[in-house]
Design a protein around this ligand. Structure first.
Ligand code: ARG
Length: 235
């Protein structure tokens, strides 16, 4: 017994919001795989259980309500550590650095938010990208119609079908989309938001948080983190 209480015995139940490749998405066989999944598998191994993934909207993940309701033990969703979220979740040590990026269809010449005046810009609901854009629009009094989509797939679909001229999301997610759909979209510009991802547990679940941080530290020191990074993110 590792002394870590789990909502369902024998499994580490992880809440995530699909799709969010390369962090979590379904492979051809319908299995959820990705960078986060591989790291959380290390935590599960440490606890001598297997990981079971629950796909659920991001709002319930970032608000802490899924963890509080016992829907899962851990949240792993390419989720940025923020001061606001820290009030309702306990985060692990940071495991990934990210920034925001603006993607457009190849051939569209957009370099700044100002150039989107009078146009539609897509964001993913509940994310730091949405917050960043709303803050920029307010601060710079930009005349942009910000359209919020429920998940990454809907946002990318909106961009691909010209329902929005540009779309904002985390840079690694656009890099992955470009790898999977060569030539379709380009990253027009980036916003250095200096974000860091963390895994989250229910407030006060110190035993599980300790196991997560130990698994992360172990993976960093024995080269496993680098291997996982190479296989999901690239060089
Ligand atoms: N990093 C961003 C945030 O924390 C986006 C995360 C979206 N994740 C997901 N699995 N849908 O807000």
């Amino acid at each position: 017994d590792t002394g870590v209480a789990l909502v369902k015995s024998g499994v580490l139940t992880t809440c995530t919001h699909l799709p969010y490749a390369p962090f979590q998405s379904k492979d051809a066989a319908g299995k959820v795989v990705g960078f986060d999944v591989a790291l959380v598998d290390l935590v599960a191994a440490k606890l001598k259980v297997t990981q079971e993934i629950v796909d659920t909207p991001f709002e319930g993940i970032k608000s802490g309500s899924d963890l509080n309701a016992g829907k899962c033990d851990l949240a792993a969703a390419g989720m940025t550590i923020t001061e606001e979220r820290k009030k309702v979740l306990d985060f692990s040590d940071p495991y990934f650095d990210a920034t925001q990026a603006l993607a457009v269809l190849t051939g569209k010449e957009v370099k700044t938010l100002e150039e989107l005046a009078g146009k539609r810009l897509g964001v993913q609901g509940g994310t730091t990208g949405e917050e960043y854009i709303n803050a920029q629009v307010k601060e710079k009094k930009l005349d942009i119609e910000v359209v919020s989509y429920r998940d990454l797939a809907a946002l990318q679909q909106a961009l691909a079908t010209n329902q929005v001229v540009a779309a904002v999301n985390d840079l690694p997610v656009w890099n992955e989309y470009i790898k999977a759909n060569p030539g379709k979209v380009v990253v027009a510009t980036g916003f250095d938001t200096g974000e860091q991802y963390g895994f989250a547990v229910k407030k006060g679940n110190a035993a599980l948080l300790k196991a997560v941080n130990e698994a992360l530290a172990g993976a960093r020191s024995d080269g496993t983190y680098d291997k996982i990074y190479k296989s999901w993110i690239g060089e």
